[in-house]
Design a protein around this ligand. Structure first.
Ligand SMILES: Nc1[nH]c(=O)nc2c1ncn2[C@H]1C[C@H](O)[C@@H](COP(=O)(O)OP(=O)(O)OP(=O)(O)O)O1
Length: 168
C-alpha cells in the first residue's frame, strides 16, 4: 500500500484504516431561502468563501465546536445544529482532516465581521461555488435538499485531485 499522501486516486487509500490528524466542523445556517457564508480571512482556505467553521477542541463534541466556531467567527448562535455529513480530506502535503458538516435552520443574534471572517447572506440559488472549495459544489446541493453525505477527497493545495461521494 502506498503512503496516503502520495495517493492520486481515492481508490489508492484504504479509508477504513485512514485516520485524520485534524478534526474540523463547518456549519451552514439557512434562513428565508438564504444561507450564511463567509469570506474567510485567515487559516486554511483564506480568500475563499466557505461557511463558519474550525477545529474541534479537546474535550469538546463536534456540535459544541459548531456552535462555538460560528459564534466566534460571525457572532451568530446556530440553534439545534443537525449533523448531515462527513468529509475526509487527504492533502498531498500530508494533512489529514476530517470535517463534520452541520446545518441549522434557526439562529440567534446578528452577524458581524471578525478577524477570521466576513459574513454575508446569499440566496441559495446564488451560492458562489466558483469561489469556494472545489468539493462544495459536489455535496452542498445534496445537503440543501436534506440529504446526508459522506465524501473522501484528495487535495493538492487548492486542487481536488480525486473524490468519492456517497449520498445517504
Ligand atoms: N475542502 C474543503 N471544503 C470545505 O467546505 N471546507 C473545508 C475544506 N477544507 C477545509 N475546510 C474548512 C473546514 C474548517 O471549517 C476549516 C479549517 O480551516 P482552519 O484550519 O483555517 O481552521 P480555522 O482557522 O478556521 O479554525 P481554528 O484555528 O480552530 O479557528 O476549513
Amino acid at each position: 500500500m502506498i503512503e496516503t499522501h502520495n495517493a492520486t486516486d481515492v481508490k489508492d487509500i484504504d479509508w477504513n484504516e485512514w485516520t485524520a490528524d485534524k478534526f474540523a466542523v463547518i456549519t451552514y445556517i439557512f434562513s428565508e431561502g438564504k444561507v450564511l457564508l463567509i469570506n474567510k480571512k485567515r487559516g486554511l482556505g483564506a480568500g475563499k468563501v466557505n461557511a463558519p467553521g474550525g477545529h474541534i477542541e479537546e474535550g469538546e463534541t463536534a456540535v459544541e465546536a459548531a456552535v462555538r466556531e460560528t459564534e466566534e467567527e460571525v457572532g451568530l448562535t446556530p440553534l439545534d445544529p443537525l449533523q448531515c455529513g462527513k468529509l475526509y480530506f487527504q492533502f498531498t502535503n500530508g494533512l489529514k482532516m476530517e470535517g463534520t458538516v452541520f446545518i441549522a435552520r434557526e439562529y440567534k443574534g446578528v452577524e458581524r465581521e471578525t478577524d477570521e471572517a466576513d459574513p454575508f447572506w446569499v440566496a441559495i440559488d446564488d451560492i458562489p461555488y466558483s469561489r469556494m472549495w472545489e468539493d462544495d459544489l459536489l455535496w452542498l446541493p445534496h445537503v440543501i435538499k436534506g440529504k446526508s453525505i459522506s465524501g473522501c477527497f484528495i487535495f493538492d493545495d487548492d486542487d481536488m485531485v480525486s473524490y468519492q461521494l456517497d449520498i445517504i
